[in-house]
Design a binder for this molecule. Structure first.
Ligand code: ATR
Length: 264
């Protein structure tokens, strides 16, 4: 039986197994999907297991999206551009790193009917998923992307991958059309210490976090009369794209699928 895994650290919170196992069953595919917590030094051996076909494929989450790259044979153009891999396939003897976070974010925004063309976007955070969000935003032809991160060097280092990125000191605010929380603040009900109230309405507040479904950041956005969206749709669509890569089948997304992810 084919075995799929998601690797990360921490990994307990991951809802990928519930979602993939649901789709595997629904499509009568004889395979399993599990999660495994790894340490840095275990990554090389783990990937060797895919080459030896002990593992059929895997998803990669924080903090290993970049760590896996040296051990792969090839990267998809998107994974290469973002230097971020969240899905690994083994096809015809070749280990390929893909990035389906970009398509996930793109699908989530398209569903909102909020055009980002020539708009200004502020991203809070510079962790694992941010390069994918930047590439998706660039493909949507946004006008300006500004990154603000507690550790400024991490925001600066994204400039190596993308030109025209602006960097803003953590704790400062500029006007924007869309603001994205890509920090981990909110996972445990933490507040983000920024005063959005003076910026007006008709903006989009987007949180990559989907559990809890409404972070303090999204509550603030809503209270000040703005549109809000959490990271659930992005999560589901990145999983859908990974499923398609492995099984060549497009799984269904319906109320039942979305319910699997409602655990708060
Ligand atoms: P990684 O950085 O390993 O990829 P992540 O969960 O994707 O992990 O990213 C965590 C993000 O939340 C980072 O941008 C982090 O900022 P630093 O780069 O300064 O660590 C941000 N973050 C976490 N805790 C924070 C806090 N208390 N205040 C501000 N930003 C925080």
């Amino acid at each position: 039986m084919n075995k799929y895994l998601v690797i990360g650290n921490p990994i307990d919170h991951s809802l990928s197994p519930a979602l993939h196992n649901h789709w595997l069953k629904e499509n009568n595919i004889n395979a399993t999907y599990d999660k495994i917590k790894l340490e840095d030094h275990e990554i090389k051996n783990f990937i060797q297991n895919i080459k030896e076909q002990k593992v059929a494929g895997c998803n990669v989450t924080v903090p290993f999206k970049k760590t896996v790259i040296p051990f792969l044979d090839k990267l998809s153009p998107e994974a290469d551009q973002t230097q971020s891999v969240n899905t690994i396939t083994f096809d015809n003897g070749v280990l390929v790193g893909h990035n389906t976070d970009i398509a996930g974010f793109d699908a989530a925004i398209k569903k909102l009917n909020f055009s980002l063309k020539r708009k200004r976007v502020l991203i809070l955070g510079a962790g694992g998923v941010v390069s994918s969000i930047i590439l998706a935003l660039k493909n949507m032809q946004v006008q300006e992307i500004t990154i603000s991160n507690r550790t400024r060097e991490k925001a600066e280092s994204l400039r190596v991958l993308f030109n025209n990125l602006k960097v803003l000191e953590w704790g400062k605010l500029i006007d924007f059309d869309m603001v994205i929380n890509a920090t981990s603040l909110g996972l445990n009900n933490e507040k983000i210490n920024l005063d959005f109230t003076s910026l007006g309405k008709n903006k989009l507040f987007y949180d990559v976090i989907y559990n809890p479904h409404e972070t303090h950041f999204l509550k603030l956005g809503k209270q000040s009369g703005n549109m809000t969206e959490n990271g659930k749709t992005m999560f589901v669509y990145q999983a859908l794209e990974a499923f398609k890569l492995w099984h060549k089948i497009e799984p269904k997304i319906n109320q039942e699928t979305l319910k699997i992810l409602d655990n708060d």
